[in-house]
Write a protein that binds this ligand. Structure first.
Ligand SMILES: *Cc1c(COP(=O)(O)O)cnc(C)c1O
Length: 495
């Protein structure tokens, strides 16, 4: 017996949608109001603060079985989560290397989630937006329209995609079928001793191994030493390796150094190497009128990784990789299973965007970039890059004018490495003193910076990738570092 014709009317199936939208509407309006207050008032709050024990404990509760009213869920978010941020949207956050987000981008993320489209591909508007943002990235960097690219979670994944295409292009065997074991002469990649740690992860993940990535020494400006690079390539050829790829860094994490991209393009051409540029920090200097000369030659790279969540301040996450040879790019990742064959018309009548990377389902991360680029125009973003670089110089000048501070590395762009000198303090003690200054700045909620070691010298590091930073923030930083340095030295002497 089949179901009776009216059977379906007896069912009232469950859904995640509310029965009555009016409450959710009111709550949503409140959330938007609170969000505007949160961002517009960010300067008045501490950059970062330690979480009290009860807040920590709230994240160790068991899997929720019973429902909680949306309003109560939001109340908990507001109290326990929004109150204890990493801090990178604050004007005095200069740690590691992060963008500072933007409200329109956040609306873009919201609307992308509301539409809910899957950017694995398909014939719909979001897919065109995704491709348009990639096209705009090409345009910003001077890549031809025939190049390919894809939006990914961030620079690390953008880099691994570039290095994977390089591997497949240079392996000399069908690596997709046969795997790395079939490579006759082991591949060698080269980068400076300042390159980002994600390249090591990439080499390991690609099955090439960490030792296949040679760290080439850097010059006094922390750029790759070109003679040392040429020597390493010659040496490797003589020892039976196959030099395959040079990874140039446009903006190193430690000091913002930019390798000589023109020279590296020549070396790559002479030596038949793939040139990959890690431009997570610096590629977007290409849009900054006063500084774009620093990345001249980037358009010659075979592939480039860039990070819209850094100097375009897209809310996390948004990275992008561009590949000059679209065929090599697609040829590294494309597979067409029987359930994803394109049709002549309809929703599947479009190129699959998932053919250019590792993900199948892809989020609509393009929208937040697209909206902010339209809203402000590219010239504004270029000026903000110039502004941060000028602020790096301003801070460096303040440091040089202050006898108790010293620069530890040359300032190239927006990253400043310095330390408090402390009379007669050296070595480990100097490191401990500067670390304590850094931690007190955090504890007091004044500023967040990080530290690093450059050519053996420990230092504090200020990376100004922040559209909210003002010069007075940097002035305050210098005053506070000097005050804290004196205070700690005095207390140590008394102890
Ligand atoms: C930030 C950064 C990366 C990694 O990018 P994510 O977006 O954090 O994954 C790689 N290389 C450099 C030079 C970077 O600054």
């Amino acid at each position: 017996m089949g179901a009776s014709p009216k059977e379906h009317e007896r069912f009232d199936e469950d859904t995640l949608d509310p029965q009555d939208w009016s409450e959710l509407r009111a709550l949503s309006h409140r959330i938007v109001d609170d969000a505007i207050a949160y961002v517009s008032g960010v300067r008045d709050r501490r950059v970062w603060q330690e979480m009290p024990q009860e807040v920590r404990a709230s994240f160790a509760t068991a899997l929720p079985l019973a429902p909680t009213p949306t309003e109560d869920v939001y109340r908990e978010v507001a109290a326990n989560i929004l109150g204890y941020p990493m801090g990178n949207i604050h004007p005095r956050f200069w740690s590691w290397y992060m963008g500072s987000s933007n409200f329109t981008g956040a609306l873009g993320d919201f609307l992308a989630a509301i539409q809910g489209s899957n950017l694995g591909g398909g014939n719909h508007a979001a897919a065109l937006v995704d491709q348009q943002v990639v096209d705009w990235c090409k345009e910003m960097l001077g890549f031809p329209a025939s190049a390919s690219g894809t939006l990914v979670s961030g620079g690390s994944v953008a880099n691994i995609i570039g290095l994977a295409v390089a591997r497949n292009a240079k392996a000399g065997v069908d690596i997709r079928e046969l795997g790395v074991a079939a490579i006759e002469r082991p591949l060698r990649y080269y980068g400076s001793d300042q390159m980002h740690s994600c390249h090591r992860k990439a080499m390991e993940t690609l099955g090439l191994g960490n030792q296949a990535l040679r760290r080439i020494p850097t010059d006094g400006e922390l750029r790759i030493d070109l003679d040392a690079l040429r020597r390493a390539i010659t040496e490797d050829r003589a020892s039976g390796f196959k030099p395959a790829c040079v990874i140039a860094t446009a903006g190193t994490v430690n000091t913002g150094a930019i390798d000589d991209l023109q020279a590296l393009a020549s070396v790559a051409a002479e030596e038949d190497l793939w040139l990959h540029v890690d431009g997570c920090i610096g590629a977007l200097i290409a849009i900054a009128p006063l500084n774009r000369f620093r990345v001249a030659g980037i358009e010659k790279a075979n592939s480039v990784a860039l990070d819209p969540h850094k100097w375009l301040h897209a809310p996390f996450e948004a990275g992008c990789v561009l590949v000059q040879d679209a065929g090599a790019h697609r040829g590294t990742f494309a597979v067409t299973p029987e359930y994803l064959v394109a049709t002549a018309r309809g929703l599947a009548a479009a190129p699959w965007l998932y053919d250019y990377g590792l993900q199948t389902t892809r989020g609509f991360r393009a929208l937040k970039i697209w909206m902010a680029l339209k809203e402000h125009g590219i010239a504004k973003f270029g000026r903000l890059v110039d502004q941060n670089i000028a602020q790096g110089q301003y801070l460096s000048d303040l440091i040089e004018a202050e006898p108790s501070l010293e620069l530890v590395a040359p300032t190239n762009i927006n990253i400043v490495c310095f330390r408090y000198r402390g009379e007669r303090t050296q070595g480990d003690e100097l490191k401990a003193l500067n670390t304590e200054i850094m931690l007190r700045l955090q504890d007091e909620g004044t500023a967040v910076l990080s530290d690093t070691t450059v050519h053996g010298e420990h230092c504090l590091r200020v990376a100004i990738n922040n559209h909210r930073t003002k010069r007075r923030d940097l002035k305050l930083l210098v005053e506070e570092v000097v005050r804290l340095g004196r205070e700690i030295v005095r207390a140590n002497a008394a102890a």
